[in-house]
Design a protein around this ligand. Structure first.
Ligand code: N2P
Length: 361
């Protein structure tokens, strides 16, 4: 009798374990979701969600090209995605498992198809621009009331940077974004793959290097919000999150975001499933959950990034859908450019140059 009972207990325990054993591992950008959605996914599906974050396409790419990351869903930007698809890092999506795919926006899919033909490997999560975040008061204090807060001259002209150095300037640690910005500043094609043209960026960045406090791709949100820095080249929604954090803290810090007048990079972050994902079925469930119109709207309303989900647009709050810094209007869209991945040889030059610039030698 006793033995039977033990067996029963063991069976029940194993059964419970099995019920909890299903997991999905998602690797997304930091500050990029309403965290309530994570619990909601677990409740709806019974799948345990392990959610890790990164702030660099290069870091993600290293993992994808090495293989064995252990992730089921990852979120590279379009240009990086394209290179990783070519390298065989992802599996084709099984559309039969994605009943919410019809919610996606054809106009955005037409753009992302440049990186992922037919959108066979990825869905758009969010898209945005790379631009300038400023602490309006501090920048005006340093440079006067007519400070060029919407111009790349703010960070690439040493005369400005010398005056801003004391209040603190961060640049993204993202060569694939800062190099195009510096090229746009000098009137070159931001998407140039010509090594001689790209080489022109080095003296520009070297000249302002002494005034850059840090190359970092996520610390600037709090640093701007707290008043610890006064300028950041960063991502649109991140800077708008900094604006809100400052407003919530009622600390008198006023943050503004501008897409640079010289042109701004428009990028697309795509959810994809690694070829060796441990649980591709759960990965599809996560993608389908994200493509739900309400879930996608909740995510955008929280992080201030535009999304590629047409059905979610009516559910967006006015300060998201109505803000041209998030959803560019006809006028601002003309000022945006896109890039394509550097071929391997050029990438090596870029990586070497970037290391040299950052080290300041
Ligand atoms: C989220 C930043 C994502 C934008 N913090 C970079 N592609």
């Amino acid at each position: 009798m006793k033995k039977t009972l033990i067996t029963l207990t063991t069976t029940v325990a194993l059964g419970t374990m099995a019920a909890h054993a299903e997991e999905v591992r998602v690797y997304n950008w930091s500050d990029y979701i309403d965290e309530d959605l994570l619990g909601k996914f677990e409740e709806e599906t019974g799948i345990k969600l392990i959610y890790d974050v990164f702030d660099s396409n290069e870091v993600l790419e290293t993992k994808m090209l090495a293989g064995g990351s252990g992730y089921d869903v990852v979120v590279p930007s379009g240009t990086f995605l394209q290179r990783q698809i070519t390298a065989g890092a992802f599996q084709k999506l099984d559309m039969a498992q994605l009943s919410n795919k019809g919610n996606m926006w054809d106009a955005i899919e037409a753009r992302t198809a440049k990186y992922d033909p037919d959108n066979a490997y990825s869905i758009n999560y969010m898209w945005g621009t790379t631009g300038i975040g400023v602490n309006v008061g501090k920048v005006q204090e340093a440079l006067g009331a007519d400070a060029p807060i919407d111009s790349l001259a703010l960070v690439f002209d040493p005369a400005n940077m010398e005056k801003l150095a004391d209040c603190g300037v961060h640049l993204l640690d993202a060569p694939a974004e800062i190099i195009p910005a510096a090229l746009a500043y000098i009137g070159e094609d931001p998407d140039s793959h010509d090594k001689d043209v790209i080489a022109k960026v080095e003296p520009i960045l070297t000249a302002v290097r002494p005034y850059i406090q840090k190359f970092h791709s996520s610390e600037y949100i709090n640093a701007l919000a707290n008043g610890d820095i006064c300028v950041a080249i960063g991502w649109s929604g991140d800077i708008l999150q900094a604006r809100d954090r400052a407003a919530e803290a009622e600390n008198g810090v006023e943050i503004a975001y501008s897409a640079p007048s010289e042109g701004a990079l428009m990028w697309f972050d795509q959810m994809a499933i690694p070829v060796d994902a441990p649980n591709p079925e759960a990965a599809h469930k996560f993608l389908n959950f994200i493509m739900d119109a309400q879930n996608m709207a909740d995510a955008s309303n929280y992080v201030y990034y535009a999304n590629g989900n047409l059905a979610s647009q009516p559910l967006l709050e006015e300060d998201v859908i109505g803000d041209p810094a998030i959803y560019p209007n006809d006028e601002t869209i003309k000022n945006l450019y896109t890039t394509t991945p550097y071929p391997q040889k050029v990438q090596r030059v870029v990586t070497r140059m970037w290391t040299k610039i950052k080290s300041g030698t």
